[in-house]
Write a protein of this length. Structure first.
Length: 203
């Protein structure tokens, strides 16, 4: 009896140990499989992140290169235009300023313009001239242009004007401006294309 009880006890023990071992092996295998799956998923996600990062980096590099090229092209274009403007202004500036500061030329041109004015309307005009030429021009108009001034035209002088003249009705409805700056801008509009063609052929 005692022998059979021991036998049964040993059998139950062996079965319990075997079952525990089997369950442990199953748990370990399952855990291992899950771990491998987690690692595999992590690798896939890391690869996707890496690919996306590389793609984003390439797109960023392309965009930066494009922006740098665009900025460079704009800078070159602006520099070319500044060179053309500078040379045009220097080429015209001195000669035009000398011409429109000539007392004889100013008196002659102003007399011609006023003489062509609509004589059927009142001649109440302001003739605006550079302050620095006041002495010479007042004297010249008193002798050569006295008839014009007696018809209602009046000489005025401005410190801000370097050369040339302006003519305006006293009511201020409009101004005809023929200053040195006006003439320079006018001639520059013709000179710029030619200067650009000479300086930057094929640009």
């Amino acid at each position: 009896m005692e022998s059979r009880l021991q036998e049964l006890t040993e059998k139950l023990y062996k079965e319990g140990v075997e079952k525990a071992n089997n369950e442990a092996s199953s748990i370990i295998a399952k855990a291992k499989a899950e771990a491998e799956q987690i690692i595999d998923n992590a690798k896939k996600q890391a690869l996707v992140v890496k690919q996306n990062s590389e793609k984003d980096a390439e797109q960023l590099a392309t965009r930066i290169k494009s922006e740098i090229k665009m900025a460079g092209d704009q800078a070159v274009s602006i520099l070319k235009q500044e060179i053309v403007d500078l040379l045009s202004k220097n080429a015209l500036g001195a000669s035009i300023k000398d011409a429109v500061s000539s007392k004889d030329l100013l008196v002659s041109v102003i007399k011609e313009i006023i003489s062509k004015w609509d004589m059927s309307k009142p001649m109440d005009l302001d003739v605006i001239l550079p302050e620095k030429l006041k002495g010479d021009l007042e004297k010249a108009f008193k002798t050569e242009g006295s008839a014009l001034l007696s018809k209602g035209s009046e000489l005025k002088f401005e410190n801000r004007m370097n050369g040339g003249f302006k003519i305006a009705p006293k009511d201020g409805s409009f101004v005809l401006s023929f200053t040195d700056e006006d003439f320079i801008k006018f001639f520059q509009s013709f000179l710029r294309p030619k200067a650009k063609e000479i300086l930057f052929p094929g640009a």
